[in-house]
Design a protein around this ligand. Structure first.
Ligand code: ZN
Ligand code: ZN
Length: 172
């Protein structure tokens, strides 16, 4: 059996069992709780768009976040929350070269080899032209919120529809 990457930020939804609905609601409330906790722990640099972690960082400058009782790397948590599971065998590269940045838009999942290669090359800031799902960041598809976050409008719509249907199932 190949070892699978541990899923940290995504709450897996139970699909069977008598109390499925109740458990699903518990999961959603837990998610809403840590989402709020996470969002309090960074500030947005208006110049670079980096989400700078203001809570605990390790000596190398990487941010830590306590999730489900474990101290996790906050940029990995952010990636899984906003984008999805980090593919097996891949590492997250900070395109902005700011280790304490947790902006998922500044993170790219790459192989270890590629990560090392990039680390050794000239540290140039690179900007993404497409969202992680491949939608173009043009004027029409780019949403910038009050904190200065840039995000993909197509993906935001999909996520809010999913979130709304989950929450409305809980309140009935
Ligand atoms: Zn950044
Ligand atoms: Zn998108």
């Amino acid at each position: 059996m190949p070892r699978t990457v541990r899923q940290i930020a995504i709450v897996s939804m139970p699909s069977i069992g008598r109390d499925t609905a109740r458990r699903r609601c518990t999961d959603i409330l837990i998610m809403a709780d840590w989402y709020a906790r996470f969002d309090e722990k960074f500030t947005v640099d208006p110049g670079t768009g980096c989400w700078l972690w203001t809570a605990f960082t390790n000596p190398k400058g990487y941010s830590r976040f306590l999730l489900h009782g474990k101290s996790e790397l906050a940029h990995r948590v952010s990636y899984e929350r906003h984008i999805g599971l980090i593919p097996e065998g891949l590492e997250l590269d900070h395109l902005c070269r700011v280790p304490g940045c947790v902006n998922p838009d500044h993170l790219e999942a790459v192989t270890h080899k590629e990560n090392v290669r990039r680390g050794n090359s000239v540290k140039v800031k690179r900007a993404k032209t497409h969202c992680p799902k491949g939608h173009l960041y043009d004027a029409e598809n780019t949403y910038i919120d009050e904190k200065g976050h840039r995000s993909c409008i197509i993906c935001r719509r999909t996520r809010s529809r999913e979130w709304y249907s989950r929450v409305s199932n809980c309140s009935s």
